[in-house]
Design a protein around this ligand. Structure first.
Ligand SMILES: NC(=O)CC[C@H](N)C(=O)O
Length: 364
């Protein structure tokens, strides 16, 4: 049978023709690329990618199928995938289904058989932009109309849409440390890392009040990763300001880092095309050591604001472009990083940050 055709249209008018993968239909979002050579399932199920079309720079996708235990959330909320060579056949003993079936059941439309190297070079030079993938429409006018419906990532609040609707618990209830996790789109592996270190977690919806969280009596707070633009999340920034006033330990990852920064007066900005991959080099200023990290972000904290803030110390920098990658508050037991120590997928160099959080709690 002939493969069904699909079209990818970028906001600047560039068109790519390929074949359909996943669900027949039309999806739009912000196009971005991830340079990881493996871990497509973890990437597609990371809620931080909500509303984004992911281009995988690694050419072979689908060849090890999908396995239920390796998801980072219960569904994939990405806006599509762009792949060079897609495999419907998968070779892995414990795989539960093919990636194609997984995409169909999650309602995701993707495109394969396109020149992903060319697309990535294009985004890298022109910057982040919206795009649409469709197997329904192939004339430019229709595609253009669909593309216009896609909202801009700058100014978009998505955490309250992807977070848990009700609080839930993870870990052993007799554990000595209780951490309230504010869910802005939390990845499961963050919770696994906390639980593995003897933490009992209660995960709260993004818009939970401090009063409700404090009623549980947590020893510390965790601010999760998540999708969207931190600059429009006043509700979260206000809650974090209240959390900081308690003087309890706080740890933030990615969106959680950006929101902690906003809470102490540091602005965030949209990057040209972001950092997404598994081999981003970071220098820990405090230890002098470097670490290879997993990253996924399109916004960042303003370096100048961070340097000029007397209550903040820069702890980590990104070695590719010198952007701020980690901060610590001087007057509070609070720290955060722009990258992903839980990785999944990615190297484990930065797992020590979870140990640092536990030490901070134990010594508080
Ligand atoms: N992984 C994340 O938490 C992403 C944070 C934010 N949405 C960004 O793109 O920068």
């Amino acid at each position: 049978m002939d493969k069904q055709k699909a079209t990818l249209l970028l906001q600047d008018g560039t068109v790519f023709h390929g074949t359909l993968i996943g669900k027949h239909g039309t999806n739009g979002g912000e196009i971005c690329f991830n340079t990881g050579m493996t871990g497509y399932q973890e990437i597609y199920t990371d809620p931080s990618y909500t509303g984004q079309i992911i281009v995988n720079t690694t050419p072979h996708i689908g060849n090890y199928g999908v396995i239920d235990t390796e998801v980072e959330s219960d569904s994939a909320t990405i806006a599509g995938i762009v792949v060079n060579s897609f495999s419907e056949v998968y070779s892995r003993l414990d795989a539960s289904q093919s990636l194609n079936d997984y995409l169909i059941s999650n309602g995701i439309t993707g495109i394969a058989d396109v020149d992903t190297r060319k697309i990535v070079k294009h985004i890298r030079s022109k910057g982040a932009m919206n795009a649409i993938i469709s197997s329904e429409f192939d004339n430019l006018e229709d595609l253009q109309k669909e593309l216009e419906k896609v909202p801009d990532m700058a100014g978009l609040e998505l955490s309250s849409k992807v977070c848990t609707k009700e609080p839930y618990f993870v870990g052993n209830e007799n554990a000595s440390i209780k951490v309230a996790c504010l869910d802005f789109g939390i990845k499961k592996n963050i919770l696994r890392n906390l639980v593995d270190r003897g933490v009992y977690c209660k995960v709260f919806p993004a818009k939970t009040s401090l009063k409700e969280m404090e009623a549980w009596g947590p020893n510390a707070y965790f601010l999760s990763n998540g999708p969207g633009d931190p600059a429009v999340m006043d509700y979260a920034v206000d809650t974090i300001k209240e959390i900081l006033a308690l003087n309890k330990p706080v740890f933030g990852i990615c969106l959680g880092h950006q929101l902690l920064a906003e809470a102490v007066g540091i602005k965030t900005y949209k990057m040209h095309h972001g950092h997404r991959g598994l081999n981003h080099p970071i220098k820990n200023i405090l230890s002098g050591k470097s670490e290879i990290t997993s990253q996924n972000h399109g916004f960042n904290v303003v370096r100048e604001d961070t340097e000029n803030n007397p209550s903040v110390e820069i702890t980590h920098v990104h070695l590719n472009d010198n952007t701020v990658a980690g901060i610590k508050l001087k007057d509070r037991p609070a720290f955060s990083v722009q990258y992903h120590p839980e990785s999944s997928p990615g190297p484990h160099d930065s797992r020590y940050l979870f140990d640092d959080f536990i030490s901070l709690i134990n010594n508080n």
